[in-house]
Design a protein around this ligand. Structure first.
Ligand code: NAI
Length: 462
């Protein structure tokens, strides 16, 4: 038995960041993790491995489509899938061992095993009971399937199985045109699979700015993905080594069947709090299974906090990280804060898609007086040179004050470009502030400046 100031349960981006910040603030800290490696879903079976496969498959796409145009002749490389998976596993290992190193450096104990909380101030792992003044639940989320669909992670898979397929399928059916479905659908389409995405709603990527949705769908269709929208999947069943998916079109209720070698169920995720004993402790939960917290991430039970995918809000690694740092500061007696209005979202397809703040639809609905500054990457020299001119930057600003209210980018490095707008929004900047900031030439970031100029007297290059 050991005594700690803080025990963090879960070592994903929320948990490990929280543990490190607690240790930096002088708190004696442990982190419980039952997986064999640290880093949670993100590092082991989520963000990081999917980005490795996205990177590798994008290189193939470039070789197949753009190399010859630049005078790089010769056959495009063939795919050694086993080696691609090995590369992906090595990337995971480098990242997870990196967290282990950071734990050692910060003198954080890794308690190996699955935790439960038998009573306030106590964490049980195996037969051991550890004491802590503060307990932070950072137990993350797991895929949520559809009723009646049995996942075997071989033929009918979640993102976990989709990162480990024995071979590239001939036909992949993706259920759900959200982030996971489109990122992993892109990977397999680039590697030669026929990819059909079936989505319940009438547009892909629900909640995103509608102009971006339309352009994104056009570009993905050009890359070979096909979309069946307004379709509710009824069932997916394994038939030998293949699967049959049945869906109904919402417009006329007609039923359709499609065969697939692999079905990826990407219909969202749900909080993972199994086995923690939160019910018995009396920790309040929402109807959606999220741990309820106040504005300082405290649950209704004294000394127990929760962050990340286990609580409300977007299920994003960086949102969890911010909450991890903030709750550590709260526990240490400081003033932790997360600005939920400025949390970027990124889809790591090609082109990337990124957003922050409000969409045009949200502004319309709220009856806000806004203006739109838009700039196409067609007018950006660097993007043209790099075959990356598909897409645009769209900045939404208050019509009277010019204050930036939201930004939506589809284009090269959108996931990086969005951050100058995040910083601007944190400082309450006006579009003119961005427009008057010197941007190096030739960079993609000039498109952001041009969109900001478009909120005022107009862009230069369009
Ligand atoms: P999602 O919530 O983004 O998308 C799920 C989609 O499935 C929705 O469009 C929904 O309308 C559709 N759907 C639901 N039931 C359906 C049915 N019966 N038939 C057809 N379509 C149906 O969920 P996703 O993609 O599984 O991602 C889960 C979470 O992981 C999200 O919160 C996401 O933000 C996060 N994530 C974030 C990443 C990133 O930031 N790049 C990468 C991967 C995941």
């Amino acid at each position: 038995m050991s005594n700690y100031d803080v025990i963090v349960i879960g070592s994903g981006p929320g948990g490990y960041v929280c543990a490190i910040r607690c240790a930096q603030l002088g708190l004696k800290t442990a982190c419980v993790e039952g997986r064999e490696t640290l880093g949670g879903t993100c590092l082991n079976i989520g963000c990081i491995p999917s980005k490795a496969l996205l990177h590798a498959s994008h290189q193939l796409h470039e070789a197949e489509h753009n190399f010859a145009k630049m005078g790089l002749k010769g056959k495009a490389p063939s795919v050694d899938w086993k080696q691609m998976l090995t590369y992906k596993d090595e990337v995971i290992a480098q990242n997870t061992s990196g967290i282990e190193f950071l734990f050692k450096k910060n003198k954080i104990d890794w308690i190996k095993g699955w935790a439960s909380v038998p009573e306030t101030g106590k964490v049980k792992v195996g037969d051991d009971i550890h004491e802590a003044k503060h307990i932070v639940i950072a137990s993350g989320s797991e895929p949520s399937s559809l009723p009646g669909i049995e996942i075997d992670e071989k033929v009918i898979v979640t993102s976990t199985g989709a990162l480990e397929l024995p071979k590239v399928p001939k036909k992949l059916v993706v259920i759900g045109a959200g982030v996971i479905g489109l990122e992993l659908g892109s990977v397999y389409a680039r590697l030669g699979a026929e990819v059909q995405v079936i989505e319940f709603l009438d547009a892909i990527t629900p909640g995103m700015d509608a102009e971006v949705q339309r352009q994104f769908q056009r570009l993905l269709t050009k890359q070979g993905l096909s979309f069946t929208l307004g379709a509710a999947v009824q069932s997916a069943q394994k038939k030998g080594a293949k699967a049959k998916v049945v869906y109904k079109l919402r417009k006329d209720d007609s039923e359709h069947t499609v065969d697939a070698d692999v079905v990826l169920v990407a219909t969202g995720r749900k909080p993972f709090t199994d086995g923690l004993g939160l019910d018995a402790l009396g920790v309040e939960m929402s109807e959606r299974g999220q741990v309820k917290t106040d504005a300082h991430w405290a649950t209704n039970v004294k000394g127990i906090y929760a962050i990340g995918d286990a609580i409300t809000g977007p299920m994003l690694a960086h949102k969890a990280e911010d909450e991890g740092m903030a709750v550590a500061e709260v526990i240490a007696g400081q003033k932790g804060h997360v600005n939920y209005d400025v949390i970027p979202g990124v889809i790591y397809t090609h082109p990337e898609v990124a957003n922050v703040g409000l969409t045009e639809e949200q502004l319309k609905q709220a009856g806000r007086n806004y203006k739109v500054g838009k700039f196409s990457f067609m007018g950006n020299g660097r993007a043209k040179a790099n075959f990356a001119a598909d897409g645009f930057v769209k900045i939404l600003a208050d019509k009277d004050t010019d204050r930036i209210l939201g930004a939506h980018i589809i284009g090269p490095m959108a996931g990086d470009l969005i951050h100058e707008i995040c910083v601007a929004m944190e400082f309450g900047a006006a579009a003119e502030d961005l427009a008057r900031t010197c941007h190096a030439h030739p960079t993609y970031s000039e498109a952001v400046r041009e969109a900001a100029l478009a909120c005022g007297d107009g862009p230069i290059h369009s």
